[in-house]
Design a protein around this ligand. Structure first.
Ligand code: GLN
Length: 310
């Protein structure tokens, strides 16, 4: 049955449909062949309702949207202090694929850029897990956020590994600073598989709603990570989630968010709503062009900006 919210979402998609600006993520060959016309938006409320429009059930790879969730698992598994020892919380002001390490310690500035996410990947699960067991912990954990079993897109994984020289270079730098304590190649493979998990826009909205709902998955009722972990994650999303566009985003949209280079984008409005959009063409920051426009509209229409007094 259609609701006014579904109608609103459909109209919002129609409003951005003709914008064909931006480019597909060309540095991952498999993503460069995605259908650029795909478009979806989903709202998932903290009490378990979902409203979808467009290609909400089309699967694509999660890419960097995995980063806040793996950061959450790392803090839940190892404790905040252990994670802060290896990854900072300062916005870098640089692109996601810049190295951006602290001068004195070699810590990546934050867990939303690639270098920080590669380090955070190794902190998920109990200390001492082998790479396969750690990846299993990550797949289980992200699946719990979604409420269904996630799978890796092996074609996207292999394609990204063929061109992963930059992430491999980051991992070797992190190894030289003892931020990583293991084989850099195996770490980048694990991180790239994490980024290659297949999700739909509907899945992403529920993942975001779990963050909005203090770590409790609104449909299954599972406490996926403790509430204080979510506060940390949402804070880092709000300052670093949109990379070198984080300031524009904070002023114009004003909710914690994270983008991925396959075209996904999530936002979490604490206590209320998870939002996800999908549109594969990216701006120069690597954020979805039509996704950003949709969020700007949602924020304005519904007074979602967290700094706005209603
Ligand atoms: N797997 C991608 C990478 O490491 C993720 C980047 C992104 O989505 N911004 O480059």
């Amino acid at each position: 049955m259609r609701s006014p919210i579904t109608d609103y979402l459909t109209e919002a998609l129609d409003g951005v449909r003709d914008d064909d600006s931006g480019e597909l993520a060309g540095y991952i060959p498999e993503l460069a062949s995605a259908d650029p016309g795909r478009l979806a938006a989903v709202f998932a409320t903290a009490d378990g309702e979902t409203y979808s429009a467009g290609d909400a059930e089309v699967a694509f790879t999660i890419q960097s949207i995995s980063k806040p969730f793996v950061y959450a698992l790392a803090i839940a598994d190892r404790g905040l202090d252990a994670v802060l020892e290896k990854v900072g919380v300062e916005p870098s002001g640089d692109a996601f694929n810049e190295l951006s390490l602290e001068d004195d310690t070699g810590r990546p500035l934050n867990p939303m850029i690639n270098a920080g996410a590669i380090a955070a990947h190794t902190l998920a699960g109990k200390k001492g897990l082998d790479p396969a067991a750690r990846l299993a912990r990550i797949v289980d954990g992200l699946s719990a956020f979604v409420g269904r079993r996630l799978e890796v897109d092996e074609a996207v994984f292999s394609s990204e590994m063929e061109t992963a020289n930059r992430n491999l270079a980051f991992a070797y730098m992190l190894r030289s600073h003892d931020i990583l304590e293991e084989d850099p190649v195996a770490v980048v493979e694990g991180y790239t598989r994490q980024c290659s998990l297949l999700v739909t826009t509907a899945d992403l909205a529920v993942m975001a709603a779990t963050l909005a709902n203090r770590g409790v998955q609104p449909v299954t009722g599972e406490q996926v990570v403790p509430a204080p972990v979510v506060r940390q994650v949402l804070s880092v999303m709000s300052t670093c989630g949109m990379y070198d566009a984080a300031g524009d985003w904070a002023t114009q949209v004003g909710i914690p968010a994270k983008s991925g280079v396959a075209g996904g984008l999530i936002g979490a409005l604490p206590g209320q709503l998870g939002i996800a959009t999908f549109s594969p063409r990216l701006d120069r920051h690597g954020n979805s062009v039509r996704g950003v426009s949709l969020f700007e509209r949602f924020s304005t229409d519904m007074g979602m900006h967290l700094m706005e007094v209603s």
